[in-house]
Design a protein around this ligand. Structure first.
Ligand SMILES: *Cc1c(COP(=O)(O)O)cnc(C)c1O
Length: 352
């Protein structure tokens, strides 16, 4: 094991608040937010609504809760949402849509992972007692499991126009929407304009310790308050954590471009490393999904070797790894990680 602290590329959630962020949190003005009396939460919600071009926003503990509230707003027992088969709301939220709301998912397996209009046209169930009611389309941008890719803007617009003309609601899982904004140059409010509700995480690449938000119309957010309470997400002096999120919005958005450049550096190493390849094509943002050739070993083996070399990545499938850049890994550390990846892969290839 390297004696230095490991270079942690497992996720962009591993960041720790900087001293300046901690100061902002310590000094936050707070009150009881369940009474509507926390000025810092209130400010964060207004900022977030403004950023996303929506009437209102609601601060919640996690991105999962933001997505779950969205599903609860748009659908209920006997309803169906449409999403892709690798969407966070379907795969990684502990079956919440079924547990909380009695909603089922119709999943689509698009080539490359991003849903377009062509996948959707025939997916609305007939209006007939035999069927569930199709209510909602969920998109994810950037799309985590599809390699952190930015959903093509025109495709989002087409899907949204189609959904509206068919009476379906649209929800955007924007856990990493700001990565999409920085990578595409399309403002957050423009992306959000195609959706009834949008969730955004402050605790991913933006680097806040805790917190997400959901945004939408004032009426939807009034209902969202009740759903948040039902899920146990009402927070009292939430301003302490909201201050971290505000700090992140003010200081950590533009720098996401550095994470994207660092991810491309890692991606270049993957392309040079024998037995490893980019699972989802060129890297567009801060996520690098890596396929391990079975001839080279398993994902677990590669991850263990990298750990010994002082680099942490996630093994997220038998032959699948993920490396994520974020504000707690510098350019220099990413250069070292890139070198270690090539070295480990060459070592394993020599052994094979
Ligand atoms: C991380 C993530 C979430 C939810 O995040 P938590 O805050 O961990 O609940 C939702 N959607 C996507 C795409 C994510 O990557």
């Amino acid at each position: 094991m390297s004696t230095q602290r490991p270079i942690d590329l497992r996720s962009d959630t591993v960041t720790r608040p900087s001293p300046a962020m901690r100061r902002a949190m310590a000094e936050a003005e707070v009150g009881d937010d369940v009474y509507g009396e926390d000025p810092t939460v209130d400010l964060l919600e207004r900022r977030t609504a403004g950023l996303l071009g929506k009437e209102a926003a609601l601060f919640v503990p996690s991105g999962t809760m933001a997505n779950q509230i969205a599903v609860g707003l748009h659908a209920g027992p006997g309803d169906e949402l449409i999403c892709d088969a690798r969407a966070h709301v379907y795969v990684w939220e502990a079956g919440g849509i079924a547990r909380h709301w009695g909603v089922q998912a119709r999943t689509i397996n698009p080539h490359g992972g991003l849903i377009g209009l062509d996948h959707l046209r025939d997916k609305i169930q007939p209006d007939n007692e035999h069927y569930v009611r199709t209510r909602l389309v969920c998109l994810e941008n950037t799309h985590n499991r599809a390699g952190g890719r930015v959903h093509p803007y025109d495709s989002v617009r087409e899907v949204a126009d189609w959904a509206r003309s068919n009476g379906l609601a649209m929800h955007l899982d924007g856990a990493r929407l700001m990565n999409a904004v920085v990578a595409s140059g399309v403002p957050a409010s423009e992306w959000a304009s195609h959706f009834d509700t949008v969730s955004i995480c402050f605790s991913k690449g933006l680097g806040a310790p805790v917190g997400s938000a959901i945004a939408g119309s004032a009426e939807l957010m009034r209902k969202a308050h009740r759903l948040r309470k039902a899920l146990g997400g009402g927070m009292r002096q939430g301003g302490i954590v909201a201050a971290g999120a505000l700090f992140a919005l003010e200081h950590h958005v533009d720098r996401l471009a550095d994470d994207h450049a660092n991810a491309r550096l890692i991606a270049d190493a993957i392309e040079r490393a024998p037995g490893l390849s980019l699972e989802s094509g060129p890297v567009e943002t801060n996520l690098v999904w890596i396929a391990v050739d079975p001839g080279a070993g398993t994902a677990r083996e590669v991850a263990d070797r990298l750990r010994e070399a002082g680099v942490l990545v996630s093994a997220l499938g038998p032959q699948t790894l993920r490396a994520v850049t974020h504000l707690d890994v510098s350019r220099g550390q990413c250069e070292r990680a890139a070198g270690a990846i090539v070295e480990v892969a060459e070592g394993m290839a020599a052994r094979a």
